[in-house]
Write a protein that binds this ligand. Structure first.
Ligand code: TRP
Ligand code: ZN
Length: 502
């Protein structure tokens, strides 16, 4: 589901960024240097060059240079030309062998006439592809699955792709973060932490937050194994010694936030927290543990009510966290944030509970139009930590803490939060100086305007994507003053500014 003007820009861009198709490394077709129209998703592949298996399953030429959705930091990610509405991930998982057999069903609408459709996908093996029920040709290369439907797709019309695939999903390297992400197997726990670019290492996707979609997860596991995912558990079917856990997520979600958590877990409802929050709270906890075993977690409902007061209504149908081993961090997967079990036992647990919860508004409901704006996620979630401290210990202590951090900030050569290096997106500056940027805004415009800005921004871009200029425009319209100098100084200039006098 894509409701964002950048798409048009991306399409315009890819329409002009012509390159020739220079050959085909994965099919038996003769290589061709025929220059064709170039977009990864729209190139017209001359059928005479597509090799022996003509007809329904002709293999398409993989694009020599793929064109993504238009993200400067991830030129290959995403694809223009179509808009996904819904993913259904039918997963059969064998925990012992850590083996996955899957069918991904992708319901989408063509935004252009398409001879071929590209999905981001890598690492697992595709055995068959169907478009609208008919077998389709496909090639997998360069993290792209290029699909040739039997009949071209027509602009404005819906289509359904089924991708059958299997393999042992594995942690993968990211271009942007210095540790392995994606599917993690740690002991007998299996879970997904994909931000920013690893969703397509476990399911075929239009892997960019510009194309959000709703999800159904059907996870078939042996009896006794728990399988959770984003959203609401709507069914649990038993089938010959196996159980199919069916989870539905009705709010649009960026692909990197899709997760499954499989293993010796328990799904624990917290009615008291739900009462405080006004939405169901369900956690996925290591088997044998309850909320009381994770001190701090009992405040999750209260935290949700607190943030809803400041940011506007909680954007989704439910919330909770999964506590897992070996993640080494926490991640705000939509409606089901993941926490490392050691982190959940640490003194920082409450801070991080607030942080990941705040991402549900900033990052998940309002998601990024482009990855270089990552401070819109991490700066905001980090600022929420300070808001919680203000709530707990008062404004003076919070001000002191921020001033001390500002004065002792050692960026160690990091760039300003608005211009992070593509290879180190989640650096400390993005989080901490990003949060300070919001504090500087608050001191400049006053509390009332500041919280109105946050609420208006959250509401205006609910279930959509936004950019830094979008946020600045909301801030300026509410504050009634020009703020570009302030944002320029905090987000772009290398030196961390002084706070204005509040
Ligand atoms: N967004 C996470 C946070 O809130 C950081 C993060 C990005 C992450 N990618 C990750 C954590 C992958 C675990 C795994 O801080
Ligand atoms: Zn974060």
């Amino acid at each position: 589901m894509r409701r964002y003007a950048m798409l048009l820009a991306a399409l315009a861009l890819s329409a002009t960024a012509c390159s020739g198709v220079t050959g085909d490394t994965t099919t038996t077709s003769a290589s061709t240097t025929t220059p064709v129209d170039t977009t990864a998703s729209t190139s017209r592949v001359p059928s005479s060059t597509t090799g022996p298996s003509a007809g329904l399953t002709r293999p398409p030429d993989p694009p020599a240079r793929t064109v993504g959705i238009g993200d400067e930091y991830f030129p290959q990610l995403g694809n223009p030309g179509y808009d996904v509405e819904h993913y259904t991930l039918d997963l059969v998982f064998d925990p012992e062998a850590a083996r996955l057999g899957a069918v991904a069903t992708i319901e989408a609408t063509a935004l252009a006439d398409l001879d071929t459709v590209n999905l981001d996908f890598t690492d697992l093996t595709v055995s068959a592809v169907f478009v609208d029920g008919a077998a389709a040709g496909f090639t997998a290369a360069d993290e792209e699955l290029t699909i040739a439907p039997a009949a071209p797709l027509v602009a404005g019309e819906g289509f359904v792709i089924d991708v059958e695939y299997s393999g042992t999903p594995q942690s993968t390297e990211s271009a942007a973060i210095p540790f392995g992400i994606g599917w993690q197997t740690v002991g007998n726990q299996h879970y997904v932490a994909a931000e920013p670019d690893a969703a397509h290492s476990w399911f075929p996707a239009n892997d960019h937050p510009l194309d959000k979609a709703t999800y159904t997860f059907r996870i078939n596991v042996p009896e006794g194994v728990v399988a959770a995912a984003n959203g609401t558990l709507v069914d649990r079917l038993t089938d010959l010694g196996r159980v199919i856990w069916v989870w539905e997520l009705d709010s649009p979600m960026a692909s990197y936030l899709a997760t499954v958590v499989i293993g010796d877990f328990e799904i624990v409802e917290d009615p008291a927290a739900a009462e405080a929050a006004g939405v169901p709270i369900r956690h996925v906890l290591p088997v044998g543990t309850t909320v009381a075993d994770w001190p701090g977690l009992e405040r999750q409902g209260e935290m949700l009510a607190f943030l809803a007061e400041l940011f506007g209504p909680y954007p989704f149908d439910n919330y909770g966290i999964a506590i897992v081993d070996g993640l080494g961090a926490a991640l705000e997967n939509q409606t089901l944030s993941l926490f490392d079990s050691n982190l959940a036992r640490s003194a920082y647990f409450e801070d991080v509970l607030i942080h990941e919860l705040a991402h549900q508004w900033f990052g998940n409901s309002v998601s990024l139009g482009q990855w270089s704006d990552i401070w819109l996620n991490e700066g905001f979630a980090s600022y929420a930590e300070w808001l919680w401290i203000e709530n707990e210990r008062g404004r003076d202590q919070m001000e002191q803490l921020i001033a001390t951090e500002r004065d002792s900030y050692d960026g160690a050569g990091l760039t300003a939060p608005g211009v992070p290096p593509a290879f180190d997106l989640f650096n400390r500056s993005v989080y901490r100086v990003g949060a300070m940027t919001l504090h500087a805004l608050r001191l400049t415009v006053g509390d009332q305007a500041f919280f109105e800005i946050l609420r208006t921004y959250a509401m205006t871009f609910t279930d959509q994507s936004a950019t830094t200029p979008d946020f600045i425009a909301v801030a300026e319209s509410i504050a009634g003053v020009a703020l570009d100098d302030l944002f320029e100084a905090w987000l772009i200039e290398p030196k961390v500014p002084e706070f204005p006098n509040g």
